[in-house]
Write a protein that binds this ligand. Structure first.
Ligand code: FES
Length: 240
């Protein structure tokens, strides 16, 4: 029914208000929101398996994973996909729509094949994140928020990506590139332009977030299981 309404250019989604149910209209008049959406057979099987994790009355808990599956299938989330997810979970479509709009990982409009997000929050900013963003904008000839005409790149000026200790950081789709310099970032972008996805992780050569010149802690063999616990036969004595 929602798909039919969307096809007519106006999608009306029910929404519960304080004074009882009310209806909120979404303008679905642009071409993006009229796109047909149907889960593939493989994704239907994936969804069926995810739904087994949730009791029947708590199915709404699967909203984020299902929206993610819909986005991975379609590349972005048209309203019809959001409604398909809501129908599967038997929840208010407006709730699903609000959730999809809230999280920046969901894209309600077509995006580039590679979404490049450069972190400019404080730790990354102090390590040159803003310069990295400028260099990236220059190289891709895009401003933050824009998508290239060939739909290869979308550039984002993003908030903390959760890897501050390896600042400055940028992400490309699901991968994080850390300890970036303009030179290493340019080489990553050049690879992407040629369709190659370089290995993710720190570009400085260090392992994860270890100090740059090697590990400084946890250098001994860890003690065996039970180390330091009380010996129950002799409570005054501790196991070695
Ligand atoms: S501030 Fe950039 S990853 Fe946290």
């Amino acid at each position: 029914m929602f798909a039919l309404l969307a096809g007519r250019g106006l999608l009306t989604l029910p929404r519960a208000g304080l004074l009882g149910p009310r209806r909120t209209k979404l303008d679905a008049s642009n071409m993006y929101d009229k796109m047909k959406f149907k889960f593939t057979k493989e994704n239907k099987a994936r969804i069926a398996s995810i739904l087994t994790w949730y009791p029947e009355e708590e199915r709404r808990g699967a909203l984020l994973p299902l929206l993610d599956i819909a986005q991975r299938q379609h590349g972005w989330l048209p309203i019809t996909a959001v409604v398909a997810v809501a129908e599967l979970l038997k929840i208010d479509p407006m709730k699903a729509y609000e959730t999809a709009k809230y999280y920046t990982m969901f894209y309600m409009k077509p995006r580039g094949k590679f979404v490049v997000s450069v972190c400019t929050s404080t730790p990354c900013y102090l390590r040159g994140g803003d310069e990295l963003l400028k260099a990236c904008a220059k190289m891709l000839r895009l401003q933050p928020g824009e998508t290239s005409k060939d739909m290869q790149f979308t550039l984002k000026d993003d908030y903390c990506l959760g890897a501050c200790v390896n600042a400055p950081v940028a992400s490309v789709n699901d991968d994080l590139y850390e300890d970036l310099t303009e030179v290493s970032f340019e080489s990553i972008l050049s690879d992407l332009k040629c369709g190659r996805v370089p290995p993710a992780g720190p570009c400085s050569g260090r392992c994860s977030s270890e100090p740059i010149d090697g590990q400084t802690t946890l250098l001994m063999e860890p003690p065996p299981a039970g180390y330091g616990m009380r010996d129950l036969d002799d409570p005054g004595k501790k196991c070695k």
